[in-house]
Structure formats: structure tokens, C-alpha cells
Design a binder for this molecule. Structure first.
Ligand SMILES: Nc1ncnc2c1ncn2[C@@H]1O[C@H](COP(=O)(O)OP(=O)(O)OP(=O)(O)O)[C@@H](O)[C@H]1O
Ligand SMILES: Nc1ccn([C@@H]2O[C@H](COP(=O)(O)O)[C@@H](O)[C@H]2O)c(=O)n1
Length: 421
């Protein structure tokens, strides 16, 4: 039996498995004995000739390697599996146990495609840190069973007699929330720095990023002038407003991520969330350093800051409706204790149709995430809700649908009220 499987098996029957079909998760568990439970929904619709498999990526101590491998595995499966084979995201976790999530894929093929699928999976299990299971009807022809594969076998080999699959309750929050802290969102400079440092061997650009980081984490000066952050989805009017605020207040305008990171941004945007989010998190500490410098001379306006880093990361890690997000007040929405806190954070909100109209009029190319915001209503709602739930400081929402000048006046009122400018 695989050494990875060995270490998971003692708690295998406490684990919940989640398969995401068309964006909706279906949960099941495994049991040694069957007590008349229903067949889980994922297997209820499986036809007689269909064959199902799961590949879970075992989390090694090297988080960077695991994160990179998970992304590469999807590319490999999509490239090498027969086109008829359906691939869905899958995960397994221990309910309410932080960092217990392991991610992978659920494969559905049929008897014609089973040989190439099984060849590929046999090869994977021998060379990569994966745990492979296949699923087949039990002897009674009604229940379904899960069989864990052996690492050494060139053919499918069951572990003991297999496990029955049974329905499991949906967890309170999306299982990805178990692993958000310090994997998708970093709550200290050191945690993000650690990821970037470990990337140095495999991503040469990581070394260049490390060289740009401030030597001291705390902003070098405490700004004498107010620092105002403007947040919002793309095309809500942040650039337009921040430029006007700069002129009206005689302020310094700082973009985020900071300009010095621009040469590396596209490179890190291709990386898996662990690395990509560490890059943006570190950008905020560079911005904080610049805020400390400029804020002794003028007010400072910042175009995006920590709210953007955390809200997009949380909304991407979790799928489905807003109720899947970690609950309001959860520690995932807390501000990092070592990051500078601005005087005011304004969140611009806009009706989705008007936002699309502005995007069309602007006519620039869109990033993958902007495409996602456009097409995926639920993703947009999750980002907006995550923005609202972040605290320390919380953001003040401003409706960005009036004219640019009216939005400016509204925000100036807020600034004068809060920052005595
Ligand atoms: N209040 C407004 N009324 C109408 N149009 C606006 C308003 N504010 C901005 N716009 C227009 O909407 C488009 C998007 O605005 P802008 O570039 O300022 O948004 P943004 O939030 O900075 O976008 P991104 O995050 O993608 O850079 C631009 O064409 C801009 O001229
Ligand atoms: N402080 C920041 C700023 C930005 N991001 C990420 O960048 C994307 C949006 O930026 P645009 O330049 O396209 O407006 C989005 O993925 C944010 O997550 C960030 O993480 N932190």
C-alpha cells in the first residue's frame, strides 16, 4: 500500500469527500459496513457502463511543490485522458479540522475508456504523490464501493475489501475555507516571505521580488497625513476617482501592486494560488513602506490594498453561492497585525450591467479574473461580500453609479468627516 495512503487511512472513514459537478458540491463518506444508507448522489446518476476514479494530491511537506503539482496534474489529465472522460474538481477533508483539505480530481469514464484511464492512473501512482481510488458497484448491484489502489501494482489492486460510499452532510462552510489561512491569504509578512523565499529555486523571478522587499516590516514612518484606499471590482471607477482625489487634495497617488512589481506581475499571475497570493501580499508591504515615506509630506491615495488581496483570494478559493464563504466575523477576514492600517477604505460598488457597459466602452483587454467576474455572477457576489466582511479597517461602501464628479464629492465628504482634511 502507498505510504501516503497509509498515513491517511487511520482517519479515512472520518473523511468527507466532495465532488464538484457544474459548480455544485456533492458530498459522500466511506464506511466499512453498510447500514442501509442511500447511494450518494454522485453515484446515483452513474450508468452501468460508467467507471469512476479519484486522484487526490497528497500534501507533502514541500507546499510549493504540492501546489505546482496540483496545477500540472490538471493539465496532464486534460491532455492525456480520452476526451470522453469527464474531469471534476474533488477534495477530501476532516470536518472542522483546519488544514485537513486535500485536493484532486474525480474522473468519470466508461468501459471503452477504462483501459487508457487505468494505465494513466497506474503510472501516476507509481511516480507522483497521489492517492488513487476507483469506484464500482458492490456485489448486491445497488451500493457503490471505493477501492484504494496500491502504489506498486501495475494493475488495480484493492486495499482489503474496499469501502462502501455513503451520503454525507454538507459542511457548514465550503471545505476550501479549512485551508485559506496562510495558503490563500497571508496574515503576516513572514508567512508570505517564507513562500516567496522557497520559490527562489524554481522561479528565478522570486529572487528579484525578494530584493525589492522592505528591510523592516512596519512602515518606516507613521504618516502624518491621512491615507485613503479606494477599492472595488474592475471598471467601478477607481482610476478615475483616485486621479481626481490626487488633484483635489494635492495627494500622492500610489497604485497597488506597487510599480516596482510590474515587471513580475504577469509571471506570478500564472502561478498557483499559494505563490500568486504571496506575491500580492508582499506587494502590500512594499506599498506600506512607500505610504510611510510619502505620508509625512502629503495625504496618500492608494488604488487597491489589502482588501483586494484578501477578497479576491477568498472568493477564488471558495466556489458556489455567497453562503459558502466563511461566516461573518471569521478570522479569515482579519487584517494582518503587522500591516499598516489606512485612515479610510472606500469600496466603490456598481450595478453589474453598468459595470459591463463601462468595461465595453473602455475596450481594453481583460485578465482571466476580469473575464471570470464578467461571466460568473457568483464569483462577483463572493468578491463583493468578502470585501464587506474584511475588518480592521472595514470599508465604507459608496455607490459609484452617479457621474464621476458626484462620486468624487461623495468621497470627499467621507474623507473630510473621517480624516479632518
Ligand atoms: N462615475 C462614472 N460614470 C461613468 N463612467 C465612469 C465613471 N467613473 C469611471 N467611468 C468610466 O468607466 C471606465 C472604468 O473606469 P476606471 O478605469 O476608472 O475603473 P477602475 O475601477 O480603475 O478599473 P480597473 O480596476 O479595471 O483598472 C472608464 O472608461 C471611465 O472613464
Ligand atoms: N493589493 C492588491 C492589488 C491587486 N490584487 C489582485 O490583482 C487583481 C486586480 O487588479 P487589477 O490591476 O486588475 O485591478 C486581482 O486578482 C487582485 O486579487 C491583489 O491581490 N492585491
Amino acid at each position: 500500500m502507498s505510504k501516503h495512503a497509509m498515513s491517511l487511512l487511520p482517519r479515512w472513514c472520518s473523511r468527507v469527500f466532495s465532488v464538484e459537478l457544474n459548480g455544485a458540491p456533492f458530498y459522500f463518506a466511506v464506511k466499512e459496513k453498510h447500514l442501509g444508507e442511500d447511494v450518494p448522489r454522485v453515484f446515483r446518476e452513474v450508468q452501468n457502463r460508467d467507471k469512476c476514479y479519484s486522484v487526490l494530491v497528497y500534501c507533502s511537506r514541500d507546499r510549493i511543490k504540492t501546489a505546482k503539482f496540483y496545477g500540472e496534474l490538471k493539465d496532464k489529465l486534460l491532455r492525456d485522458l480520452p476526451p470522453e472522460c469527464r474531469l471534476s474538481p474533488m477534495s477530501s477533508f476532516l470536518p472542522k479540522v483546519r488544514d485537513s483539505l486535500v485536493k484532486g480530481y474525480f474522473l468519470k469514464g466508461n468501459s471503452d475508456t477504462s483501459s487508457p484511464i487505468e494505465r494513466l492512473l497506474s503510472d501516476l501512482i507509481q511516480h507522483d504523490p497521489v492517492l488513487v481510488c476507483s469506484y464500482s458497484p458492490a456485489e448486491d448491484g445497488q451500493q457503490w464501493m471505493q477501492h484504494m489502489w496500491s502504489e506498486t501494482a501495475s494493475q488495480v489492486m484493492d486495499v482489503a475489501k474496499g469501502y462502501y460510499v455513503v451520503p454525507s452532510e454538507a459542511p457548514e462552510y465550503h471545505p476550501s475555507t479549512l485551508n485559506i489561512i496562510n495558503s490563500d491569504v497571508f496574515y503576516s509578512f513572514d508567512e508570505a516571505y517564507d513562500v516567496m523565499k522557497k520559490c527562489g529555486d524554481i522561479i528565478p523571478e522570486a529572487k528579484a521580488v525578494l530584493e525589492l522587499l522592505p528591510s523592516r516590516v512596519e512602515a518606516r514612518n507613521k504618516p502624518d497625513f491621512p491615507v485613503i484606499v479606494i477599492e472595488g471590482l474592475d471598471a467601478t471607477g477607481k482610476t478615475t476617482l483616485t486621479e481626481s482625489l490626487k488633484d483635489t487634495l494635492g495627494a500622492t497617488l500610489l497604485p497597488s501592486p506597487p510599480e516596482c512589481l510590474s515587471p513580475w506581475r504577469a509571471r506570478f499571475d500564472q502561478e498557483p494560488p499559494l505563490i500568486r497570493r504571496a506575491f500580492y501580499a508582499l506587494g502590500n508591504y512594499i506599498s506600506a513602506d512607500q505610504i510611510g515615506l510619502k505620508g509625512t509630506k502629503t495625504p496618500v491615495i492608494v488604488d487597491r490594498f489589502w482588501h483586494s488581496t484578501a477578497a479576491y483570494a477568498i472568493a477564488t478559493a471558495v466556489s458556489g453561492p455567497v453562503c459558502n464563504l466563511p461566516g461573518e466575523g471569521s478570522e479569515v477576514y482579519c487584517w494582518p497585525s503587522d500591516l499598516f492600517q489606512p485612515s479610510l477604505v472606500v469600496l466603490l460598488t456598481l450595478d453589474p450591467e453598468e459595470r459591463k457597459r463601462r468595461l465595453r466602452n473602455r475596450g481594453q483587454g481583460k485578465t482571466d479574473e476580469e473575464e471570470e467576474l464578467d461571466h460568473n455572477q457568483l464569483f462577483r457576489l463572493r468578491v463583493e461580500e468578502a470585501y464587506r466582511r474584511i475588518s480592521g479597517p472595514a470599508c465604507v461602501t459608496v455607490d459609484a453609479s452617479p457621474s464621476a464628479d458626484r462620486v468624487l464629492q461623495q468621497v470627499l465628504l467621507l474623507i473630510r468627516g473621517k480624516c479632518h482634511l
